[in-house]
Design a protein around this ligand. Structure first.
Ligand SMILES: Cc1cc2nc3c(=O)[nH]c(=O)nc-3n(C[C@H](O)[C@H](O)[C@H](O)COP(=O)(O)OP(=O)(O)OC[C@H]3O[C@@H](n4cnc5c(N)ncnc54)[C@H](O)[C@@H]3O)c2cc1C
Length: 400
């Protein structure tokens, strides 16, 4: 079966890419979604805080998704739900598992929008058994918000990223005593607004520079021992639930064998979000983990525009490198063609106050931007202004 454009994933990235592709006149668009419903991770995010940029109002996750789903249902876009892409090959042939049947597809262009998954306990070193009562934070969110389950009475959360913070509040609202959020780093990796609204408003302590040393209990969790990394002081916290919120990994397994991936595990793309294998595009959390969904929707439109250019046969000239310089943890895109203005999305290695972001072409400084604060957990968008002519490899650096 031949298809012009196949979009893998029906979360906010896939939905926005599909709508933009349709708006640009691409016909024969197919969205393949593994779950029974469209919407991706948004379906379990019943808190508000979505859509401030996209719609100018604060929506819950399902409300944000619904705006796109309603529109997509009116558009000539084919949707397959409960359908998983199980194989994808460099020639854009896909195998889809749908209703216990394997379907072979051949796409002209593919947009990857598979989101990300949570890092598991295996990715961090924790002494002790693996008793029941330990959950990944996102999985617990799904069980509580979508399945109405009660998971325990007293909880500790490991990792102060946004998911950990949001779950601290969610558990408190469910009547669970949240004994604290433990963070190994000296600063939280969550948004400031989430620290205020999810921890401070509920008097939940944040233990910075602290690690979980040991998990106690054989059959069921009985408590954990935490260790202050500055004073080496240890403390027992009794709890029957431990939520792990220790990072997200782009779900790019389908393409890892043939698409170039950078040192931080991200698919290498240009400003159109096209990978180094032409006709493959990536957007949303499968490319890099986004803090806010509005950025995901916006990035997906870039990928759809790129797919349109590819499908009408526009060829690209040489792609130059965007090099990750001093103090830069990661950046997107890692290549650029230079036919349009673009933004570099970057994260700093450290938390910095009054930093300067510099852009060099060779040894020549071509752009400098002062920023009051940079935090590794928060994406910074550096817009390359009109009038700056880029040619050749460029390097982005952060000066503390
Ligand atoms: C707990 C939590 C709280 C958040 N809170 C906020 C907030 O308050 N405000 C905000 O703006 N943002 C928030 N975000 C961020 C935002 O929700 C995400 O950035 C966004 O949902 C990512 O969209 P996506 O489409 O890239 O990925 P996803 O939403 O994960 O969608 C990916 C989709 O791809 C499907 N898929 C994967 N593999 C396959 C395959 N092989 N075949 C078919 N389908 C496949 C999945 O089933 C899924 O539906 C939060 C995120 C989380 C996890």
């Amino acid at each position: 079966m031949k298809r012009r454009l196949v979009i893998i994933g029906g979360g906010p990235a896939g939905l926005s890419a599909a709508l933009e592709a349709n708006r640009l006149g691409i016909d024969d668009i197919l969205v393949v979604e593994r779950e029974a419903d469209l919407g991706g991770i948004l379906n379990q995010c019943i808190h508000s805080g979505f859509g401030i940029h996209e719609f100018g109002e604060e929506l819950t996750g399902p409300e944000y998704a619904a705006r796109f789903i309603e529109e997509i249902k009116q558009a000539p876009i084919e949707i397959w739900t409960s359908a998983s892409v199980v194989a994808l090959r460099p020639n854009k042939q896909l195998t889809v598992l749908r209703h216990a049947e394997l379907i072979e597809l051949e796409a002209e262009a593919v947009i990857l929008a598979m989101g990300c998954r949570e890092r598991t306990a295996g990715a961090i070193s924790l002494l002790g058994e693996r008793p029941s009562g330990m959950y990944l934070a996102g999985a617990a969110q799904k069980m509580i918000n979508l399945e109405g389950l009660k998971l325990g009475k007293t909880a500790l959360i490991y990792g102060s990223g946004d998911i950990g913070l949001i779950m601290a509040r969610r558990l408190s609202l469910e009547g669970v005593e949240v004994k604290g959020v433990v963070e190994i780093n000296p600063v939280s990796s969550g948004l400031q607004r989430n620290i205020a609204q999810c921890l401070n408003d509920f008097d939940i302590p944040l233990f910075l520079n602290t690690r979980i040393k040991q998990v106690l209990g054989r059959e069921h969790l009985e408590g954990v021992i935490i260790e202050d990394l500055v004073t080496a002081e240890e403390r027992l916290i009794e709890c029957d639930m431990l939520l792990l919120s220790v990072g997200l990994i782009p779900e790019n397994d389908l393409v890892q064998s043939f698409l170039p991936i950078d040192g931080s595990g991200k698919i290498v793309v240009d400003e159109d979000r096209e990978s180094l294998q032409t006709g493959f595009f990536a957007c949303g959390n499968v490319l890099h983990v986004h803090d806010i969904v509005d950025d995901v929707s916006e990035e997906a439109r870039l990928a759809a525009r790129g797919a349109k250019h590819y499908l009408v046969g526009l060829t690209k000239t040489e792609r130059y490198k965007v090099i990750q310089g001093q103090e830069v943890l990661s950046l997107i895109p890692q290549r650029y063609v230079g036919h349009s203005l673009f933004e570099v999305y970057l994260r700093s290695k450290k938390s910095l106050r009054k930093a300067t972001i510099q852009l060099f072409q060779g040894d020549t400084l071509i752009l400098e931007k002062k920023v009051p604060i940079l935090i590794p957990s928060q994406l910074y968008r550096l817009k390359i202004p009109e009038g700056i002519k880029l040619e050749g490899d460029i390097t982005v650096e952060i000066k503390p």
